[in-house]
Design a protein around this ligand. Sequence first.
Ligand code: GDD
Ligand code: MN
Length: 365
Amino acid sequence: MLISIVVPTYNEAQNISSIYEDIAGALQGKSWELIVVDDDSPDGTAEAARALAGQHGNVRCIQRTQERGLCSAVHWGVQAAHGRFIVVMDGDRQHDPSLIPSMIDELEKGQDIVSGSRFLSGEPVEGLSSDFRQKLSIYGNKLINLFLGTRLTDPLTGFFATSRTLFLRSIPRMQAEGYKIFFDLIFHNRKAALKELPFRFRARTLGDSKIDIYVFWLLSADMISKLTGGLIPPRLVSFVSVGLIGSTIHFSALYAWMAFGTEFWAAQALATVMAMVFNFTLNNILTYSADRLRRGAFYKGLLLYGFIASFGIVANVSTAQFTYSHFKSHTFLAASVGIVIDVIWRFVVSNRLIWGHSSVLRKAK
Ligand code: GDD
Ligand code: MN
């Protein structure tokens, strides 16, 4: 019986060998393997993992140079695993591997998915760095349980175990984007037998947390996407939401400039540019948080986006005009069709050219 421990990493070079020691200590006498899935961390995590693999036959490293993201990293690890059971845990020592034997026991007793809960013991959680994160986590959990129809004390945990068969079967339906892998697994296995076990979420001593407020934004986008049966991908939900916020900026700016005596065309042009800069910046932070453009790449991206988006405006106006003349001058319908074309165009450009692994700005980063 082999236990495959999948550890996604980004800049965890300092932690990697201690993790091995921690697990080896906790799983003495059991057969297990460690699969580190690293997204080409600049701190050399992959080299550290390979050095470890040179010393121990049960370690492997997958170094991904094209892909990014916690969920898809875990998927890759699971797809490379040999074990009958899969354990997913963080690579920063916040998850205590001494819980793994009890997790496996529960799986052998017939549970389908067993998770480590940070909140079950009732003790305060030292690993949640701020008051704000603690509050976010309490309200977030309530919403998620409502959504999943579960009563989990910790639906956002990153520490859980299940069988390889169940996990592999679920992957084709799961979201590769985002950070909430456990949430996604439960969503696709709501009838599964779930069990939570308490563990102490330790404070991170080395390296930085990559999880931020934008994770909750993307989680909400994911929930809305799931409500549409996955028809609208989470990124598009986020993109359109940013666009809606941007349009309020557009109208406020438009009326403000006009109130100062600017002519309509000039006010409209200024408002368009302002809304575009706003949308670009917010999408860079929220929608494309994992591929965020910084410094020079940000400004290059903004110029390129503005340039290509202007073609969308032409397409928008001409399609709207076409619809307007063919559907007996339905203004609202025509404008909506134009806007939809424009949004899809911008979304495709954003995904293909501006952000992500096919971005033309990748080298400029
Ligand atoms: N491969 C890969 N790619 N690994 C990543 C990436 C990525 O883009 N981003 C983060 N990781 C790795 C980190 O190196 C770490 O091993 C693990 O994923 C979790 O990231 P942390 O940055 O330590 O997250 P956290 O401790 O703030 O968040 C924890 O709590 C969340 C719930 O609030 C984690 O347990 C999350 O999994 C959990 O959802
Ligand atoms: Mn962590």
